[in-house]
Structure formats: C-alpha cells, structure tokens
Design a protein around this ligand. Sequence first.
Ligand SMILES: N[C@@H](CCC(=O)N[C@@H](CS)C(=O)NCC(=O)O)C(=O)O
Length: 220
Amino acid sequence: MTQQNFHLIGHQICPYVQRVVILMIEKQIPYLRTDIDLDKKPDWLSKLSPVKKVPILVINEKQILFESDVICQYLDTVSPNSLYPKNTFLKASHCAWIAFATDILNLVAKLIYQDKSLNEVNKTLVSIENKLTIIESRLSDNDGFFEDGFYMVDAVFATIFRYFHVLGLLTNSNLFCGLPRILKWHNGLAKRQSIQDAVPMNYDELLLNFIKKQNTYITG
Ligand SMILES: N[C@@H](CCC(=O)N[C@@H](CS)C(=O)NCC(=O)O)C(=O)O
C-alpha cells in the first residue's frame, strides 16, 4: 500500500462509520478520527460532503470520499488482504447482500426516528423479522454468511445485530427469536476484536440516550 494519510470524519455510534472502522482495524490501516455531533453539525461538514452525512474520508488532506460503501471499497482496493471475495460474481453477490442489510438498517432507523405509534412500530418490527427470516434461510451451518472467513458482509451485519439488545428492551421483543443461525452468527461476530473496537465500551448506554432524544414511540 502506498503511504497515504487517512482522516475519518465520523460519529461515535453510527453504523455506517462502523463499517469503515471495522475494515480499517481488520486491515491495520492507520487513521486519524474526528467524531462530530449530528445535532450540531460543524460548518465545515458541507464543504466536505454534499449530503452532510458521516462517514467522510479525507485522503492526504485533500481528496475526499463520502458514502460508506464507496469508502470501504476504495480502502479495500488500496490495501492488501481483501474483505471481499476475489471471484467477481461472489463479490457482486456480497455487495447485493450488503444492500439488503442496508434495507434492514433503514427499517431500524424508521423505528428510531419516525414511528410514532404502536401500530407503526409493530409493522416495522414485522418487516425487520421478515427480512431476518430470509437471511436465516440462506445461512449455512458455517460461522459466516457465505463460507468460512470474515468478509465485509459479516462486518455490516454485525453493526445491525448490535442494535437488537437495546431495541429488544424498548419494544419488548426479541429480534433473534426463532433465528438460531443468525443468533450463532451474531455471537461469533460479537467476539471479534474489530467488531468490539468499532464502538465505545458503553455503546448500549450511548445508543439508548441517542434514541431517547428522538422522542418517538419506542422511548415511551
Ligand atoms: N448512505 C450513507 C448513510 C450515512 C448516514 O446516514 N449517516 C448518518 C449517521 S449514522 C448521518 O450522517 N446522518 C446525518 C443526517 O442525516 O443529517 C453512507 O452509507 O455513508
């Protein structure tokens, strides 16, 4: 890898930032990190990204990338030991399942930011469960998604599964219920150092406080 200087603009618990952080930890890519407060976005954010969202990657203090998937694919390409399969079809397939995971994440965001009634919350929970059931039916008895080994797709799902404890408490549900393969996958991923190190130790507390500020149905 040519010597580059990476500065990641992020947020303490953002799942999209976590994707980039997990990749950088796995690949031992050195980087500087600045976390921002999403409620008080700094003025300079709009100069770096037209969508004013994190993550943003600043390369050598002048080149800028936004969109987590783009940043991950860029970093993966410029460093050794890819977290995507070498085979072109398999790589595309992993990317398709990452997009499916992002759909689940959007439903999680709906629960947190939008749903204002029990009816809406229950509908969103059913939509999440339906997507998880599809994943469960695709999982083998391996510990990973497609085959043995840790890939970007595993990292992405790990960032979704870690919502389930706090969401379960707030909605009185168990999103892992009846999904033993997903639960096993989650438990394996949760032990991985890069997954643990991608968030602060008090992640659940930070997440709970973040959700409470949104003033939607699940915070009662
Ligand atoms: N598609 C974007 C999504 C990033 C995203 O939604 N980031 C959130 C934080 S988790 C954000 O910056 N939100 C600020 C806002 O929506 O104003 C990506 O993959 O990078």
